[in-house]
Design a protein around this ligand. Sequence first.
Ligand SMILES: [Zn+2]
Length: 113
Amino acid sequence: MHEWSLVQSLLSRVEEEARKHGAVAVRRLEVSIGELAGVEPALFDSAYELFRTDTLCSNARLEIRYVPARWVCGQCGARVAEGAALWCTGCDGPARLAAGDGIVLERIELEVP
Ligand SMILES: [Zn+2]
C-alpha cells in the first residue's frame, strides 16, 4: 500500500531528526496531508499505528491536518474557486495549485534528556 511506504519514510526521517538532536523519544508529530496528495488520511494513520512500534515514535501522538486544495491565479494571485474552470475570472490568467498537493512534516516534538 502506498501509505505504508510513506509512513516508513516519514518514520525514518523523524528518527534521523531525533538522533541529530539527541532525543530519547518523540512526543508528538504533526503532518499535513493535502487533498490532492493521493493519500487517505485514515490509511496513513493506521499505517503509522502499525509501524511506530519499536521506533522512537512508539509513544508519539500523530496529528494529521487535512489541507484542502486551493487554487490561485498565476498572474494576479486572486483566489480561483474550486469546481469552476481553472482560470482567473479577473484577468483570465491560468490557475495554479497553491496548497493541497503534498505531505508535509510540519512539526516534531522531541523528548531530549
Ligand atoms: Zn488573475
